[in-house]
Write a protein that binds this ligand. Structure first.
Ligand SMILES: [Zn+2]
Length: 426
């Protein structure tokens, strides 16, 4: 059998295997888990629904706000009690996904594990969600092929995985205004790393289409902020959100910290939890997580050069502005808002724009607030990418990534012209 035929057969076999048996051995099953949409219409109803959030087996897929629908995944054992409690209170609710596992299976059809490299190339695509190894092999490929691309490990994760950024700098890094983008701080939000790698691809492989972006700016992109959690969400629990640290807690067995509640700026100032089992557990102290410390240290190492910060999340179709912890407007809130509108126009979407508690509920200890409030990055954003259910089918990766790319080129160009016009830096 010649080599081509061999790999073709192997890939086909992997595809068939993936189709028939999309679960990896030992993966948590979400058979018969349902997702409900509920409609709290006043503060009492919000408070009542909030009481489920700290309990295991109730997983909030969207944020809770009066007058807005909220989506909650409920295990089969809790289904009846959940429905009864909401019905007794007269809170409107409906089932929007009747079997979450079916959704996961669909997502995994065609989601191959490791496709071998062909001839020193890479195995990255944007029609599947890929393991960390494929993402990193793509960074290696770009570094080898393009002289303005380098990669750097900014440190190891709790379980010892490299946290790798790509640095896209013509003529060397450090002389120009700089841009930061990260994805995947929340492990289960797979579209975020997929979108971050798409942005890398556009910047590097299609550089000739928009040379100003690399001539004028340095780009630092961390596609996978939480590599331990990402790996765990692929092999064991699709809905893992936090890091995988232990925190000395063997009583509950609950691991991990919400890396987006762990930053030392208004840490523990509302919208985070002290419960180790909560999805929003803020950690025992600020920067308890090595992943947040690694990113902090890198951002501080290029502080003063960074003019733009964006951290990619899913899902909610929102462009979020500082602050996360309070509704008090950030100093340049109206400017941030207007820039976000320009970006949204470029995306051709109707996404909501506003501060975090303006659109949802407060969240403290977030990376965006730290980037804006401590690292003094003047234009700091967070994005909740497109949704179609929490699990975005692979055929939506390219549309999601493309609209997010359109936001970035418009917004970053505008910010660059503004910053250089007024000599805010350099
Ligand atoms: Zn998130």
């Amino acid at each position: 059998m010649n080599t081509f035929l061999f790999w073709s057969c192997l890939i086909l076999a992997l595809e068939v295997t993936a189709y028939k048996n999309p679960d990896l051995p030992g993966a948590k099953s979400y058979n018969d888990f349902k997702v409900y949409r509920s409609y709290p219409k006043n503060n009492d109803e919000v408070d009542f629904i909030q009481s489920f959030e700290s309990q295991e087996n109730y997983d909030f897929w969207t944020d809770l706000k009066k007058g807005e629908p909220v989506e909650i995944m409920v295990s089969p054992e809790n289904e009846r009690i959940f429905e009864n409690k909401l019905s007794t209170r007269g809170i409107k609710h409906e089932v929007i996904i009747s079997d979450v596992q079916q959704l996961i299976n669909l997502e995994k059809v065609g989601s191959r594990l490791l496709i071998p490299n062909s001839g020193g190339g890479h195995n990255m695509t944007w029609t599947d969600y890929h393991p960390l190894e494929n993402i990193y092999s793509y960074l290696d490929y770009l570094q080898t092929k393009y002289d303005f691309v380098t990669t750097q490990s900014i440190g190891k994760s709790y379980e010892g995985r490299d946290m790798r950024i790509v640095r896209i700098c013509r003529g060397g890094c450090g002389a120009k205004p700089a841009v930061w983008i990260d994805g995947g701080i929340h492990a289960r939000e797979w579209i975020a790393p997929a979108t971050a790698t798409w942005i890398i691809k556009e910047l590097v492989e299609n550089d000739y289409k928009h040379p100003d972006l690399t001539e004028n700016l340095d780009w630092y992109i961390l596609p996978c902020f939480n590599p331990d959690g990402y790996a765990f969400s692929r092999t064991t629990d699709r809905f893992w959100r936090k890091t995988r640290s232990d925190n000395g807690n063997n009583k509950t067995g609950c691991k991990g910290v919400d890396a987006n509640r762990n930053w030392d700026f208004h840490w523990n100032d509302g919208g985070s939890s002290s419960n180790m089992c909560s999805q929003n557990y803020r950690g025992p102290k600020p920067f308890s997580e090595v992943e947040t410390r690694n990113v902090r240290d890198f951002l501080l190492s290029v502080q003063g050069k960074l003019i733009f910060f964006n951290t990619l999340h899913s899902a909610g179709e929102m462009i979020l502005l500082p602050w996360s912890y309070t509704k008090d407007p950030a100093p340049n809130y109206s400017e941030l808002y207007n820039i976000a509108v320009m970006g949204r126009d470029a995306m051709q979407t109707e996404w909501k724009i506003g501060c975090v508690p303006c659109l949802m509920y407060p969240a403290s200890g977030t990376s965006m607030d730290w980037a804006y409030g401590v690292a003094n990055i003047p234009y700091a954003f967070a994005m909740e990418l497109r949704r179609k259910g929490f699990v975005l089918p692979p055929d939506e990766i390219i549309p999601a990534a493309t609209e997010t790319w359109n936001f970035h080129i418009t917004v970053v160009r505008h910010i660059y012209s503004k910053v250089t016009q007024y000599s805010l830096i350099l």
